[in-house]
Design a binder for this molecule. Structure first.
Ligand code: AMP
Length: 440
């Protein structure tokens, strides 16, 4: 007799480095989205959404072939049509491609854009580091005035402050194509003479991306970086004046900042101002929540006419981790106004229709049709924070009425079924006026 072969099904799990955003966490995302939208609106930035998939060459030419991001961390593949594409590892390159492709060079400058979306880096996952992570970012393209750098720094700083985080800006200037080569020469020389103290990664970086040596946190490299030559000593007049002006603007405003000669940002496209937004935890450990900088060459490098630009990006998951650690109070998204409760099959039918009618008329309404008992339904209404519950039972159907329960006081009144919408409008308006008076 043939025996049935048991096939063991492997358990399906999240792909390594990925993360679900569960309903409990959504209130943080809602708050951040609202905050970003508000800032964008106030500072005159328009939303842009570029595709997650871009040509691999875009990142090679912008972020740079020798950076860790491009050389090791990209999710790259060939499409069936043999195009070499990658999941974007960061947001700026796509925005600049779009700026050039859609002729935004011909619009009034600067063009101010913001975005929010997922990025992908095949890095080693750990706390606060994922292979898919979200960023929001602001970019101002088409103006080289240092006031724009200062404004973007302020936006990046204030958004996080208003989200309840105590952060500081660490800032540096990495010069430009004119003065940076002399500095890189000096850095190479310095590290060459201390080659034996470098970690294996930095020994390779010394040849390909020497600025990144300043970024390394491995003990020996960290100590070396502290006494390495500093870019500020190599800035030419243009870069020095630009940097001084940015700092003067920051001094005018209430921004906590510190000069840090080790902020280099690591991507090829940066020039002049570079900054990171740092949070220090209770044990004194520093955490980067975001960073930004000028990228005056990038539009030109990607095929546009020379156009200065500056921008920043902030990692949303890390911001949320910090908000949770700091127990930042995040109220749930605005509660629902009206819950519809029903008792019995006939009532449920009528309630379904009423729900659709009220929702269609713009009421903020919620239900739980699968529940049968009134107590269960009122519990849900309470949990959802509704202001009123409408109750439909056999008697109400026969009388063509509905019960209107004020969830605060518990008082119930019988209302003519056909007048319920106008009754709700009246009562919601009263509550709104009361809240306005109380400054809520
Ligand atoms: P970067 O442009 O690489 O400095 O990234 C800006 C910000 O994005 C960082 O400060 C982090 O908050 C966030 N970020 C970068 N890489 C990751 C990652 N692998 N996982 C989670 N967040 C990240």
């Amino acid at each position: 007799m043939a025996t049935k072969k048991k096939t063991k099904k492997s358990k399906l799990q999240l792909v390594k480095g990925m993360k679900d955003i569960l309903p409990d966490e959504q209130k943080y995302w809602d708050l951040i989205r609202d905050k970003v939208d508000n800032f964008a609106h106030n500072y005159g930035f328009s939303r842009i959404d570029t595709p997650i998939v871009e040509s691999t060459n875009l990142f090679k030419r912008s972020v740079g072939e020798d950076t860790d991001i491009v050389s090791k961390e990209m999710f790259s593949f060939e499409t069936p049509g043999k195009d070499k594409v990658s999941l974007r590892p960061e947001g700026t390159a796509g925005v600049v491609r779009s700026y050039i492709e859609h002729g935004m060079l011909n619009m009034p400058q600067p063009v101010k854009l913001f975005y929010m979306g997922p990025n992908f880096r095949y890095d080693k996952p750990q706390a606060g580091r994922y292979r898919q992570f979200w960023q929001f970012g602001f970019e101002s393209i088409g103006d080289d005035d240092p006031v724009i750098d200062a404004q973007l720094i302020i936006i990046s700083y204030q958004i996080l402050r208003e989200l309840g985080l105590d952060i500081e800006i660490q800032i540096n200037s990495i010069g430009d194509a004119e003065c940076r080569p002399q500095y890189i020469k000096a850095i190479k020389q310095y590290y060459q003479t201390n080659k034996n103290d470098l970690c294996s990664e930095c020994s390779k970086r010394l040849l390909k991306n020497p600025l990144r040596l300043l970024d390394c946190k491995v003990k020996g490299c960290n100590e070396l970086a502290e006494s390495a030559p500093q870019m500020v000593d190599y800035l030419d007049d243009d870069c020095k004046n630009h940097f001084m002006s940015v700092l003067e603007y920051l001094d005018e405003l209430d921004v906590k900042y510190n000069l840090n000669h080790r902020i280099v940002r690591g991507l090829d496209y940066y020039s002049k101002t570079a900054w990171e937004i740092i949070e220090t935890d209770e044990s004194g450990k520093l955490h980067a929540l975001g960073g930004g900088g000028r990228y005056d060459e990038l539009v030109h490098t990607l095929g546009g006419r020379p156009t200065p630009a500056v921008g920043f990006a902030i990692g949303i998951e890390r911001v949320i981790i910090k908000m949770q650690e700091k127990k930042v109070e995040v109220s749930k998204r605005k509660g629902y106004d009206i819950f519809i409760a029903q008792l019995g099959i006939e009532a449920r039918k009528k309630a379904l229709k009423l729900f659709e009618d009220l929702r269609g008329a713009g009421f903020n309404v919620v239900e739980s049709m699968s529940k049968k008992g009134l107590k269960d339904q009122l519990d849900i209404a309470n949990k959802k924070g509704t202001l009123f519950t409408l109750i439909l039972g056999q008697k109400e159907i026969a009388d063509e009425t509905i019960l209107l329960r004020d969830m605060d006081s518990g008082v119930q009144e019988v209302v003519n079924f056909n007048k319920i919408a106008s009754e709700l409008v009246k009562r919601l308006k009263k509550i709104e006026e009361k809240n306005l008076k109380a400054g809520k």
